[in-house]
Design a protein around this ligand. Structure first.
Ligand code: HEM
Length: 545
């Protein structure tokens, strides 16, 4: 406690008095000095707590954790009670929740809010990668990835758009072929979407595509799913470190580390293969991009400085940072798109009028002779706003990622201490009746202005905002448009007679995804000649067929 308040000269002087009295064994003086010190500590604690945003009372040690339930829902309730900026102690972590869109924008544009909280999970990941890194490593990696991913087509500008469209189109055509195979019978679309969406991101990062029924893909997916479940199990340990020592919890933690090792072994095989065939003048994917950087740094004798000197495995050619980047992009780029597409299907099943309007727009603008392309996006405002409305209502990442101030800062008159966890409550912004008319109604037209153009209000923030906003938003928008428009163009999606409408309550995991449901993909007539039998660039199939 004394070290906690070491900046207070008065406390320091008092502690000197206590030490002096203790050395002279002057008991009455010692008691008085001790009490004075306790009073000062208490006063200082109260003063500091008073400067924090208001929030619910909570017991010591566990804080508000026992009452937390489903985090984004509980936070919504607390925001209604304590306002747009509130604080709550969760175990040993102070959490600050922001639900006013202007405050979220104000905070997240500031450099100080780009830190990540220091929790046991963050330590497992060694602060490497892009999602969990911070400081100089994050800054340099974010700039590097931003530039390199643009070169691979993650841009709306120039030739890049065409490159990316070609990648996505191939996966869309494969998906359509696979959906046709179901011959209109009810299916769970989840695994097929997971495969197609994974192939897009794995193509960009590792030149790998998986086939339907591929055991390596199933294993990777199982590892990710198990990772999510295990993360749920050790979740309290993020707030109460001793929790991880309870029976069963240490094993769960060990399993998290083991799964990560297995995934990294998979990436390592691919990295080794890339290294053997590397042509520095002909980079194929993100692995090559990193290998070229690493080779360059080695040749210039600055390998130790690469990645801010954090990747201690570089000298063993195992490139830990590269593996964490591959893992980050795979997990961030797969689950999000897949869940969003599943929600689009759910909303279409629940709103047949809107489904018909989307199909009419596609038929008029694209016609029945070909499939939609990225070029059509600008002429398909109703299709595009149906995607935006899905993002608004599904809130698949309701709490974005947790930020942590790198130093004490002030926001809206309150003190936000360094190291606290700052959470933007995006679901609150997206469902606020003061910002959206009838927020519970699925209405794509709310994104269309009087001139028929698409408008994106500044309180629409599915990709987060500020310096750490989503790095893959351009890819995400292209993918969602291509997959959704082509599915809607080719199929009429329907429920099996007697099946209940899929619920709007999602399953909380890495994203909020719809509960499992079955849907029929009825080919639309007249049949569309699709350019199937696709060209898969230079991608390599891995695993068994
Ligand atoms: C519908 C699809 C997606 C949604 C809704 C989404 C949403 C988000 C959100 C809310 C954040 C956190 C922003 C913050 O905390 O300030 C984020 C971060 C991130 N996203 Fe996405 N995302 C999507 C797709 C993608 C894709 C396809 C990629 C892959 C390239 C990707 C890569 C990332 C990365 C790397 C970060 C961390 C950025 C950083 O820490 O600097 N996301 N995303």
């Amino acid at each position: 406690m004394i070290t906690m308040f070491s900046n207070s000269k008065l406390l320091w002087a008092l502690s000197e008095v206590v030490n002096y009295c203790a050395s002279r064994t002057s008991l009455p003086l010692l008691a008085v000095a001790g009490i004075a010190m306790l009073v000062l500590i208490l006063a200082s604690y109260i003063r500091e707590t008073r400067q924090l945003p208001p929030g619910p009372w909570s017991p010591p040690i566990v804080g508000y954790l026992p009452f937390l339930g489903v985090r984004h829902k509980t936070f919504l309730e607390l925001a209604r009670q304590y306002g747009t900026l509130f604080s709550a102690r969760l175990g040993n972590q102070l959490t600050i929740v922001v639900s006013d869109y202007k405050l979220i924008r104000e905070a997240f544009r500031r450099e100080e809010f780009t830190g990540r909280p220091s929790t046991p999970l963050m330590h497992t990941l060694d602060g490497l990668g892009i999602i969990n890194s911070e400081g100089r490593l994050w800054k340099s990696q974010r700039r590097f990835l931003h530039d390199k991913l643009r070169e691979f087509g993650m841009t709306y500008m120039g030739n890049g758009k065409k490159i990316m469209e070609r990648r996505i189109k191939n996966e869309v055509y494969d998906l359509i072929e696979n959906l046709h195979r179901a011959e209109g019978a009810p299916i769970d679309a989840n695994p097929l979407l997971a495969l197609s969406v994974s192939n897009v991101i794995c193509g960009i990062t590792m030149s790998v595509r998986f086939s339907h029924g591929d055991i390596r893909f199933e294993r990777l997916n199982n590892l990710i799913e198990e990772g999510m479940r295990l993360f749920g199990e050790v979740h309290y340990g993020e707030y109460i470190p001793l929790y991880n020592y309870l029976p069963g919890k240490a094993e769960a933690q060990e399993k998290v580390a083991k799964n990560r090792e297995e995934m990294f072994a998979f990436y390592q095989t691919l990295i080794d293969e890339h290294r053997e065939t590397l042509d520095v003048d002909k980079v194929r994917d993100l692995i090559d991009v990193y290998l070229v950087e690493i080779e360059k740094a080695k040749a210039e004798g600055r390998a130790e400085e690469l990645f801010e000197g954090r990747d201690h495995d570089l000298k063993f050619f195992t490139a830990l940072q590269l593996k964490q980047i591959l893992g980050d992009l795979f997990s961030a780029g797969m689950e999000t798109i897949k869940s969003s597409l599943l929600w689009m299907i759910v909303f279409m099943l629940r709103n047949p009028d809107i489904k018909r309007r989307v199909q009419e727009e596609l038929d008029v603008v694209v016609g029945r002779e070909r499939l939609p392309t990225i070029e059509d996006m600008i002429n398909l405002p109703y299709t595009e706003t149906t995607i935006l409305e899905t993002l608004r209502m599904s809130n698949i990442v309701p709490l974005a990622t947790t930020h942590s101030p790198t130093k004490d800062v002030h926001l809206n008159g309150y003190r936000i201490p360094a190291g606290s966890q700052v959470v933007p409550l995006i679901n609150c912004v997206h469902m606020d009746p003061n910002l959206w008319e009838e927020p519970n109604k699925f209405n794509p037209s709310r994104f269309i202005d009087d001139t028929g153009k698409i408008r994106r209000p500044e309180f629409f923030m599915p990709f987060g905002v500020g310096r750490r906003m989503c790095l893959g938003d351009v890819l995400a928008r292209m993918e969602m448009f291509m997959f959704f428009s082509c599915i809607m163009h080719q199929f009429d999606i329907q429920l099996e007679a007697g099946d209940a409408l899929p619920s709007l309550e999602g399953t909380v995991g890495a994203t909020i995804a719809p509960h499992a449901f079955r849907v029929k993909f009825q080919p639309r007539s007249p049949p569309v000649p699709a350019p199937f039998g696709t060209d898969h660039l230079h991608l390599r199939h891995v695993g068994a067929h």
